[in-house]
Design a protein around this ligand. Sequence first.
Ligand code: UDP
Length: 428
Amino acid sequence: MAKNKKTHIMVIPFPQSGHMLPTVDLVHHLLRRHAAVTVVLTPNNLHYLDPLLRIHSPENLRPLSFPFPSHPSIPSGVENMSQLPTHAIGDMIQAFSLLRHPLSSWLESSPDPPAAILSDMFSVPWTNKLAEEFEIKSIAFLPTTAHTLSVIWGQDDRGFFEELMQSTSTSWGLILNTFKELEEKYVEDLKKNFMGHHRVWPVGPILPPAAGSDEDRGGKSSVPVGELTAWLDAFPENSVVYVAFGSQVSMGKAQGEAIAAALEKSGVRFIWAVKKSGGDDTAEIVPRGFEERTAERGRVIRGWAPQKVILEHRAVGSYLTHLGWGSVLEGLIGGTVLLAWPMHADNHFNTKLLADELGAAVKVCDGMDSVPDSDELARVLADSVRVDLPERGKAVELRGMGLAAIDEGGSSYKALDDMVREVGTSAV
Ligand code: UDP
C-alpha cells in the first residue's frame, strides 16, 4: 500500500434505525482513524449521513446510492423497517439483498476498490459472497452483544437466525457494539467457538459525533427540540421518567391504557414517546383526556422522538424501555436506570444480561402482548425517581466502564485501531 493511502472500507448498513444508527456512528469513528469509507444507502435513507457530511470531507466519506430494489411485499417508496411491521423483516432482508447485482457492477468498474466490505449481520449472507467474488475482506457488524450471539449460536434450533449465523461465522472479522469489560467471557467464547480466530472486535459503546449533532438523529424530531429541553431544564436531576420502546414496537390499546394509568397514579414527571409502526394513527393508544390531565408534569411525543437528546438530559433519571441494544447503551450513557419491558428481537437476551447477570436494570413487564398491572407499574415508576435503587449504582458503574473503554487507550478504542490496521495490512 502506498505510504499515505487511506484504508478504503465499504460499509453496508441495514435500513432499520437500531442497525443504521450505530453503523453510521461507526463510520464516523472509522473516518477518525483516517480510513476512507464508501457507505451504501438507498435514496430515502441518505439523510442518516447528514450529521457526518457536515463534519467529514467528501474525499473520505463517500455516499453511494442505489435505487431501493423492488419487491412484491414492500410498497413502493418504503425503504426502512420503521415504515413496516416487525414481521416484515424477512421481506426487507430479501429485498435489500437484491442490491448485490448493482454493487457487483459498481465494484467491477471501481478505480479504487475497498479493502473490506463491512456489512450489517442481516446482509452478511450476500455481502460475504460479494467480498469473495472480489477477493476482499468481509466484516460482519452486529449492533448488539456477544452474549446475544452466544445464546443464539448455542441453540439447537436457530430458526430465522440459522443462515445469518452460519454466514457471520465465516466472515473474515466481526465487530460488536459492546465493550470487553461488560462481557469478556462472551467475547472470548465467540472468538473460540463461533469465529475460531481472534478477529472479533468489541468497539462500543459506539457514540455519535458530538453533543449537538443529535437533534435529527435517525429522523426529524416530531417536536421542537429546544422547547423540549427548555421544559426539562426546569426539573431537578433524575426526576423525569422517559417511556419509549424503540423504532419498531407498536403498542396496543390496553397496553397504552395501562401505561397511562400508571403514569397518572405514580405522579411522576415523564416524557412518553408513542408510536405505531407503519405510521398509523397513535391517538387511540393514549386515552382521551390523559394529556390534559397530566400537562403540568408530562409530555407525549407522537412519531419520531429526539431520544438521544432526552436521555442525555440531566433531569431524565429513569427509562421504561424494551431494552433494544441501541436504547440500552443510550440509556446507560445518559445516566438513567433502565426499567425493562422486553418485547422482541434481542430484548430478552439483553434483559437477562442487564437485569439478571449485571444487576443494572429492573424487570417490570415481559413480552409484546403483556399488559402490566398499572398499580405495580406506578409503584416502580415512582420508586425509580425517588429511592436510590441498587440498579442505579450498577448502571452508573457500567456507564463509567463504557466511557473508559472508548476513551483513547481504552479497550474499545484499541480494538477499533487494531481492526483498521489489520484491514489495511493483512491478507484476505
Ligand atoms: N430512536 C429515536 N427516536 C424514536 C425511536 C427510536 O431516536 O422515536 C432511535 C433510538 O435512539 C435508538 C434506535 O432508534 O438509537 C432504536 O434502536 P434500538 O436498538 O433501541 O431498538 P429497535 O428500534 O431496533 O427495536
